[in-house]
Ligand binder design. Structure first.
Ligand code: ZN
Length: 152
């Protein structure tokens, strides 16, 4: 998971190194473009937007998107009831997963792309899901220690 473009680039570099894939400028260009977007995208959209300034084939874009998917930089889903697949940055803040301490109220955000996709890929009868929040309640370390001590 990457919070910004710099982190995403580092993540991509680490992935390419690990998989012994070449670090072509095209891959980083596409990543930059994706991070400049604030909406879902697909290969055709990237191609249309970038073909004027870079020499990219659709095949390169498809190949790059599958690398991004595999390295969890993006997620894919069916957008707005359309049959074609769309992609999205894995950082979209429309999806919140939180852990909350029931005792002191501590709130922390966590990210789980797989969980997010599972919820989002689900269909609801007569209803279109746009975003979701998921809250897990429990006790933070501090509070569970405190409670253990007072129970002694
Ligand atoms: Zn607490």
């Amino acid at each position: 998971m990457a919070e910004n473009l710099e982190a995403a680039k580092e993540c991509l570099t680490a992935y390419l190194t690990q998989k012994k894939l070449s670090k072509t400028p095209a891959r980083y260009k596409i990543l930059e473009f994706i991070y400049s977007l604030n909406k879902p995208f697909n290969a055709e959209l990237i191609y249309e937007q970038l073909k004027g300034s870079y020499r990219l084939s659709l095949a390169t874009i498809y190949n790059t998107l599958s690398i991004f998917l595999d390295s969890n930089l993006i997620v894919k889903y069916h957008y707005d009831g359309q049959t074609s697949l769309y992609y999205e940055k894995a950082t979209d803040s429309a999806f919140h997963h939180l852990i909350v301490c029931s005792n002191c109220g501590m709130v922390r955000e966590f990210t789980d792309v797989r969980l997010r996709n599972t919820i989002h890929a689900r269909t609801y009868k007569g209803f279109k899901a746009i975003r979701h929040t998921l809250t897990v309640y429990g006790l933070c370390n501090k509070c569970s220690k405190k409670i253990k001590n007072t129970n002694k």
